[in-house]
Design a protein around this ligand. Structure first.
Ligand code: ADP
Length: 431
């Protein structure tokens, strides 16, 4: 406040001085005007210095001044210095982030809210073929044109990564992951998983080849055992028992090999060629008959069909999935249990489910139940004749039909296995 008082005093003194001198020479009005003009010139000169300083040498020390002007210059100088520091610090952070992203082996691409590319690291140039000067500002789908990527980009559901081949190198397999942040901006990351992909391919091929190679010797073995079995009554009981067990185990191995082969096929080929609208009533009734034969009258097996809408899928695969669920229900529920095979099409999708009122499964097992060879009760499962691959097959079949498996079970309250299909898979007519 003191500074402002001084400025007022300066104005009053100059006005009074001008007035006094003017009054002495009998031109009081002119004297006052000259006093005020002197004050105006003083302030204009300071304003001129401020303008020159800010436009020509804003980094330099401010011009010397006293009073309010001196205070104003100092404050502006300190504010500017603070701003410069913050700017340098932020630039340093951005540079460090860019350097660390640059050092990453994974591709990083920053996209704005429209999906246009703003910045990327050199790994992205190598893996995706981006060119700095040419591609900046272009939409990402102009460069990654695979329809699967375009779908993935537009669905905005980025919980699962997407695996695709690189657009510039057919041999390179990339795993894409998008993260939404800020004001609808996206961060696209791509990782080179070629080695992992090859290993996975080798594992699949190995299992498929071994299973295939085992099929012929097993068929020969089973054939001879069956022939010998016709003479079992001529053998001593000890040998007859052995022969019977050999037959049982060969049969188990044959089931195992055929399940392994089926799983490999489900994993290797893409599927979809034999998809047609399926008559669900016929399918459910046919599986009901097979399950009834396995149960041999020990269970009540029912079919519930709310509405006979068709499902677009592979007859062989859906039958295999449903049979696995129905046979499990027969194998793992005690005599007298009730099993229901149900088809419930609705507006948001359809549910193909198998429900039983058996002993149920402890919830702690549920997350791992679809893993290969995972069994709740190891000893009992072997005795039931299961291969340990049933639910893994179900899971793979459903994956190929855009569906998922939900298991709901509590000990003592039975189990419900629901296959949930999207509405796009429903058809009103069968083929
Ligand atoms: P398996 O060949 O052993 O039947 P699956 O993958 O088909 O292999 O099933 C995995 C395990 O899930 C089974 O070993 C069994 O313990 C359990 N299970 C499957 N279905 C049922 C059911 N309806 N009730 C109780 N347990 C079940």
């Amino acid at each position: 406040m003191g500074l402002w008082k001084r400025e007022v005093w300066r104005l009053l003194l100059l006005a009074a001085g001008g007035l006094l001198v003017g009054w002495i020479v009998s031109y009081a009005g002119l004297g006052l005007a000259i006093g005020l003009a002197a004050c105006l010139v003083f302030h204009l000169q300071r304003l001129y210095r401020l303008h020159r300083w800010l436009t020509l040498t804003p980094q330099a020390e401010p011009p010397a001044a006293t009073g309010v002007w001196g205070e104003l210059f100092d404050r502006l100088y300190r504010y500017q210095k603070g701003q410069r520091h913050t700017q340098e610090r932020l630039l340093g952070i951005i540079k460090r982030i860019q350097e660390s992203s640059e050092a990453m082996r994974d591709s990083v691409v920053m996209l704005d809210r429209h999906g246009d590319m703003e910045w990327w690291n050199s790994a992205a140039e190598r893996m995706l073929g981006l060119r700095t000067s040419h591609d900046r500002g272009h939409h990402i789908t102009n460069l990654l044109r695979d329809p699967r990527f375009i779908d993935y980009f537009h669905t905005r559901d980025y919980r699962e990564p997407l695996t695709l081949r690189s657009p510039i190198d057919e041999q390179m397999v990339l795993q894409f992951q998008i993260t939404l942040y800020g004001d609808d901006e996206r961060l696209l990351m791509a990782r080179d998983i070629t080695r992992l992909h090859r290993l996975e391919e080798m594992r699949r091929d190995f299992v498929a080849n071994v299973s295939h190679e085992l099929r012929t010797p097993l068929t020969v073995l089973a054939g001879y055992l069956e022939t010998y079995d016709t003479y079992a009554d001529q053998l001593p009981p000890r040998f007859a028992r052995g022969l019977h067990q050999m037959q049982e185990q060969t049969h188990r191995m044959q089931n195992l090999v055929s399940d392994l082969l089926l799983l490999s096929r489900l994993e290797i080929d893409r599927g979809g060629e034999d998809h047609a609208p399926l008559a669900m009533a016929t399918l459910l009734e046919s599986v009901q008959r097979d399950a009834a034969a396995l149960s041999a009258g020990r269970h009540t097996i029912e079919v519930e069909l709310v509405e006979p809408r068709a499902l677009l899928g592979s007859e062989q695969e859906i039958r295999s999935a449903l049979s696995n669920l129905a046979f499990n229900a027969v194998r793992y529920t005690p005599e007298g249990s009730r099993i229901v095979l149900r088809w419930v099409p609705g507006r948001d999708g359809a549910n193909l489910e198998v429900e039983d009122n058996g002993k149920g499964i402890d919830p702690m097992h549920l997350p791992r139940l679809t893993e290969r060879f995972y069994r709740v009760d190891k000893g009992r499962s072997a005795a039931t004749g299961g291969t340990g691959l049933g639910l893994a097959i179900v899971k793979h079949v459903l994956l190929r039909h855009d569906a998922r498996l939900e298991i709901d079970s509590h000990p003592g309250q039975g189990a419900r296995f629901s296959c949930l299909f999207p509405a796009e898979r429903l058809r009103s007519e069968t083929a």
